[in-house]
Design a protein around this ligand. Structure first.
Ligand code: ATP
Length: 598
């Protein structure tokens, strides 16, 4: 009789202070050396728990918050097992399949595996496949065969039906299957693809399922693919809900009418009240371009990222942003398509098909939120609220990755209050408690906003629907050209990032000089002080230059942060009785008060 699934989360979380090293987890010295070269010295909690279990050959379901290092938690033991996999020479199919929901994730995981293999100097071959690849490319990629296959699930049935993967070969070769971002795989419409594939998974194959949030879909997948898994649920301490968002991310919100959102984003960026780099989320592609055009008029350059852009451009935009070539990225996540699905009530599989055929322009395998490892993003701004709690969790999770800190600011209009309340309730915010998880953003005063209102409203009027439409079409044309150039260029120079810039100005006219600079007389003393504090905090974080010149990998210590004591609220309104608090370290470091801004 099969043993029941084990939930070892609590015990392990309690054992956290054990602080095991990678050596003590039984990791191969080559992998440890590779990690050190990447600046990674000690395992994260999920890695401490998952690595030994996976090395032992156990099936594992791992649920840990965003940015907690789930990718290495499965990649390290997976590679180690393949280092010692003697039978691989006679194999007719890959030994490991890693299935992810989007192309962007495919690329990210592929890059991560390739770099580990290179650093370890082992003879393993990894390929990435996506369902839009022609059969000839798929055949070439699978020739060999490779040891590791990274793919979206839709690709597998295509390879099976084209005879590029044979059932008998999979049965003889497949040792490890990973379903990454498992909570998303079904909602992206891959259920049928996964079902088709499960029929071919040999019983001995070790199955791993990784996810940041739990859902009915994860349960369904678990039943479909896993046998007797170890269930790892890893909030670090305390209540699971409280810990879904990493505690190193401070969450803020600003109440404003939907017509005032552009004004507010202008105030936040132009008055330098937020730390760079900044990732801004909109719910529609048009709103992404509208925001870009609007900000441009004030001399604030940004790039946009959405499902309409060609794949090469998208990957390049991500790469450039991660390398610090620009500071502001306006991303439209998958909520636009998801909302349409919900409205239409279509089944996932139907939706994906219809999205593919009817709306060729939008890529059904696009995803910039889930799982993408944005580097050094300090602030995430929800220009518009995501339509779901999970969307919020994943968006906010793009900052505060691993051991770094971050902040999020949500602009909430009255018609978004319902979802905002839902998010707060889900995260465990309780009106009766004195410890809101999402607190008002106190650095932006009403005066500061009002001082920019006239200019902002004037400029917003000039960003008409026609201007947005034209810019969107122009950007698409540019990016299609870019994409072709990128493809050719990167075949020869895979690491060259400077070739094409993605934050080019789309407006025909340059910004007017009087809009480019905010004159001092428009800044009230409180805003001037707030600005100074943000600058000081940046300096404390070693983040004075653009991320390109060093990227500030330094860990930011809360205890050394001058902003911890700052509030733009008048002292008498502060909850703690007014005067600036002194950082006493100790307890404070463990439990940062939410009214502080990092
Ligand atoms: N042990 C570690 N120490 C420091 N940094 C780490 C460690 N492990 C992973 N990282 C880094 O942390 C970042 C986040 O890791 P990863 O993308 O695996 O998170 P995740 O848990 O998969 O997040 P998400 O749920 O958003 O996909 C990456 O930049 C990774 O290189």
């Amino acid at each position: 009789m099969e043993k029941p699934p084990k939930d070892i989360a609590r015990e392990e979380a309690e054992d956290e202070e054990e602080d095991l090293s990678f050596e003590e987890l039984g990791l191969d010295p080559r992998l440890i050396r590779a990690l050190i070269k990447k600046g990674i010295e000690k395992p994260t909690p999920i890695q401490r728990v998952a690595v030994p279990l996976i090395l032992e050959g156990k099936d594992v379901v791992a649920r840990a918050k965003t940015g907690s290092g789930k990718t290495f938690a499965y990649l390290l033991p997976l590679l180690q097992k393949l280092f010692t996999d003697n039978g691989s020479k006679n194999k007719l199919a890959p030994s490991a399949f890693i299935l992810v929901p989007t192309r962007e994730l495919c690329q990210q995981v592929f890059t991560e595996v390739s770099s580990l293999i290179e650093l370890c100097r082992v003879q393993l071959k990894v390929v990435q496949l996506t369902s839009s690849m022609p059969v000839s490319d798929l055949r070439a990629a699978l020739a060999g065969p490779p040891d590791i296959l990274v793919s979206t699930p839709a690709c597998i049935p295509k390879c099976l039906s084209a005879g590029l993967l044979l059932s008998a070969s999979i049965d003889a070769s497949l040792e490890i299957l990973v379903l990454d971002e498992a909570d998303l795989l079904l909602s992206y419409g891959y259920e049928d693809d996964i079902k088709t594939f499960t029929a071919h998974i040999p019983r001995r194959c070790q199955c791993l399922l990784m996810s940041a949030t739990s859902s009915g879909d994860v349960e369904k997948l678990k039943k479909l693919v896993l046998h007797n898994p170890f269930i790892l649920t890893l909030p670090e301490v305390g209540n699971i809900k409280d810990e879904i968002i990493p505690k190193n991310v401070q969450q803020f919100w600003i109440s404003c009418g939907s017509r005032d959102k552009l004004l507010h984003i202008l105030a936040l960026l132009k008055l330098e009240l937020v730390q760079k780099k900044v990732l801004i989320f909109t719910n529609t592609i048009d709103m992404g371009y509208r925001s870009k055009l609007f900000l441009e008029k004030f001399g604030v350059k940004s790039a946009v990222l959405n499902s309409e852009l060609p794949q090469n451009s998208r990957l390049h935009i991500l790469e450039e942003f991660n390398a610090g070539l620009f500071d502001y990225l306006i991303a439209t996540d998958d909520s636009e398509t998801k909302q349409k699905e919900e409205v239409n009530g279509e089944s996932n599989a139907e939706t994906r098909k219809s999205r593919k055929h009817a709306k060729q322009k939008l890529d059904s395998e696009f995803g910039v939120v889930r799982g993408i490892d944005f580097k050094n993003v300090h602030t995430v701004i929800n220009f518009e609220m995501p339509p779901s709690v999970a969307g919020y969790v994943h968006r906010i999770g793009r900052t505060g990755r691993a051991y770094s800190t971050g902040a999020s600011i949500s602009l909430v209009s009255p018609d978004e209050m319902e979802i905002f309340e839902e998010i707060k309730a889900f995260l465990g915010d309780d009106e009766n408690k004195d410890s809101d998880l999402i607190t008002p953003f106190s650095l932006l005063s009403k005066n500061a906003v009002e001082s920019l209102r006239y200019r902002a409203e004037d400029v917003a009027k000039s960003v008409t629907k026609v201007a947005v439409r034209e810019s969107r079409a122009q950007d698409l044309r540019n990016e299609i050209l870019n994409s072709e150039k990128l493809k050719a260029h990167f075949e020869v120079n895979p690491r060259d990032l400077d070739l094409l810039k993605h934050d080019k100005v789309l407006s025909k006219k340059p910004p007017a000089p009087h809009l480019r600079d905010v004159p001092d007389y428009l800044l009230d003393p409180k805003t001037q002080e707030a600005r100074k504090f943000v600058k000081l905090a940046r300096a404390a974080m070693g983040n004075t230059k653009s991320a390109r010149h060093g990227g500030s990998k330094k860990k930011f210590k809360r205890s050394g942060d001058p902003l911890k004591t700052f509030s733009a609220e008048a002292p008498e309104r502060s909850r703690n009785g007014g005067a600036k608090r002194e950082d006493k370290g100790g307890d404070d470091r463990q439990k940062p008060k939410k009214k502080k801004y990092v």
